[in-house]
Design a protein around this ligand. Sequence first.
Ligand code: PLP
Length: 371
Amino acid sequence: MLLLIPGPVQTRPETRAVMAQDIAPWDHDFRPTYAAIRERVRAIAGGIEGVHATLPLQGCGHFIMEAAIRSFVPAGGKLLIAHNGSYADRAVRLAREAGREVVTIPGPDTRPVTAAEVAAALAADPGITHAAIVHHETGSGIVNDPAVIGPVVRAAGRRLILDSVSAFGALPVDLAAHPEVDVVIFTSGKCLEGLPGIGFAVARIDSVEAAAGNAGSWSFDLADVYQHALRAGWGSFRFTPPVQALAAFKVALDLFDAEGGQPARLARYQENMRVLYDGVQALGLTPYLEPRHQGPVIVTVHQPADPAFELQGFVDALKARGVLISNFYNTKVPSFRIGCVGAITPDDMRGAVAAIGGALDDIGVRQREAA
Ligand SMILES: *Cc1c(COP(=O)(O)O)cnc(C)c1O
């Protein structure tokens, strides 16, 4: 089966194989593995030793996103969120339920937020202490570029929280060049091609030191994760970690390095995306985004106008042909989405395009353009 979803992604057999063992997380044979993972992901983030620290948390992306918001936006702080997609929706909800005041920049999910929009929102409300952007918006496929937004936040003297969950490892992050970023978050199971189970924050140490007492939650307190590392060492996890997923993640990082790191991964995903985008167009389907706004992580496609199209039926027909895609969508209009990320190649994508054409025939969809 070819898994074409934006996480958990298809992984390599070498990565999965490592999970078939029992491991004691505190064992001295394992602690260096974990400590090294922290340094390696800090390097991928462009972080600086002594300035940035990797603060992992058990669980999914929402957990690390909640932890980042709770830890870095103090009670009484105000968070500006570029609200241009369904993962930004989640950030808004997480922040509000944590009792933080939220201001949004409403925007369509078909283009990135602009520097001018962020500058205007920050100028209009001096009470805003932090801004948050979703690097790659997994609801539609657009990219909000921290290299464009970061300088505006810096110039306004505010702090930036970067949700790079579906981008990190593929799209560049350079913390050394962006002192306004308090924290970038990502997970083990997306573009770094590990198994799901671990959220990562790479944060400024000065910000995390100032964050003590902010979280209002022991479990979600990244300042406490940092203090634990100082006390117990960088190879020690606070509470029981998904240790097999950590062991597999080490292999995933080895494969990431062997491929040529972030630039090579981006190049492969971009080619996957191009094959898919051009391929669905050639089938008569309508991509959701204009080519200039199409990121390399997922391609969203309008559902065909033909009344024979029904999403679960299409997903089942495609699965029968060996390709599994999401059976839900996150756009306001009906769509379906196909992941371009994971241990998959442009040849796999050519196969997927053929399978999509076959599945549409199987369910009798002739009129393929958008309704
Ligand atoms: C996947 C994702 C998350 C977190 O999702 P989980 O299902 O909780 O792992 C957060 N932000 C973005 C942009 C994502 O793509």
